[in-house]
Every structure is written in structure tokens, then in C-alpha cells.
Design a protein around this ligand. Structure first.
Ligand code: CU
Length: 146
């Protein structure tokens, strides 16, 4: 975890999350957003916070479900560098398998207060989604620098 980058990212995300604050907050959402101590990216009822996060090669990013809802972290194959490995909560090797597993048995789910982590080894931009909430625009982007 890179605290300096995290704090910078939080600074830019606050206004964005406030702007999208019309949604009904779950019981955990306001009090227990990821504070950077044990995670980098929190998950409210339907948002990754921060939505855009910067890290560097070799750093491990930790997501934590800070809401009462169930989420996934699922990379979009079309949204990651060509040389990068695919990643998804549940450890699925490709996006279709991850989607099928979710629809079949909520495979890859991250329950309340659970975490998912991934170490980025290839620089570039990574787009990912939460499968059950992508229609609510629960999407995020990780930028990995050298
Ligand atoms: Cu979600």
C-alpha cells in the first residue's frame, strides 16, 4: 500500500463521491469507508471509493467491502493491458468465467467487511467492475505506473 498515492487519490474522489451521494447509504457505508489502514479501495452500496486509484508496479491493492451489500471486483478483459494477467475476485482466469460463476452461484462475491487483494506487475490502466452493480455504474480504474 502506498499511503501518499492513496491520500492523493482520496482527495480527488471526495468530490466525486459527494456528487453521487443521492443514493441510499447502507448501515456501514458512512462510518466505515476504507480509511487506508487495512485497505486502499472501499466499496459502498454501489460505488468503489475511490473510483480512480493510482499505484505502482509491484504494489498490492486491497479492496474492502465497507457496505452491507455484496460485491465483486472483476477486471474487464478489454480494459487491461495486453500483457497483464486477468484478475477477479474468486480467482477466475477470464471474464466470462467470472460472470458465469457470479450468475450461477454468486461466485467471486466479497461479503461485508471481506477484502480482496491483487498485486499489479504490469504498468498501465485497468478497468474493472462489480458484476451485480455495473448497471448502477459501480466501476473503477486502477492506474499502475512504473
Ligand atoms: Cu457491487
Amino acid at each position: 500500500m502506498n499511503r501518499r498515492v492513496y491520500l492523493a487519490a482520496v482527495g480527488t474522489s471526495v468530490s466525486a463521491s459527494l456528487a453521487g451521494c443521492s443514493s441510499v447509504l447502507g448501515v456501514f457505508d458512512d462510518a466505515d469507508l476504507c480509511a487506508g489502514d487495512d485497505c486502499d479501495i472501499g466499496m459502498t452500496r454501489n460505488e468503489f471509493v475511490p473510483r480512480e486509484y493510482e499505484t505502482s508496479v509491484g504494489e498490492t491493492v486491497v479492496w474492502k467491502n465497507t457496505s452491507g451489500a455484496v460485491h465483486t471486483v472483476t477486471a474487464l478483459e478489454s480494459g487491461i493491458p495486453d500483457e497483464a494477467d486477468y484478475f477477479a475476485s474468486g480467482g477466475y482466469e477470464d471474464e466470462q468465467t467470472a460472470r458465469d460463476a457470479w450468475h450461477d452461484h454468486q461466485g467471486g462475491r466479497i461479503n461485508t467487511r471481506e477484502t480482496y487483494e491483487y498485486t499489479f506487475d504490469v504498468p498501465g490502466t485497468y478497468d474493472y467492475i462489480c458484476i451485480p452493480h455495473v448497471r448502477s455504474d459501480m466501476v473503477g480504474t486502477i492506474t499502475v505506473t512504473e
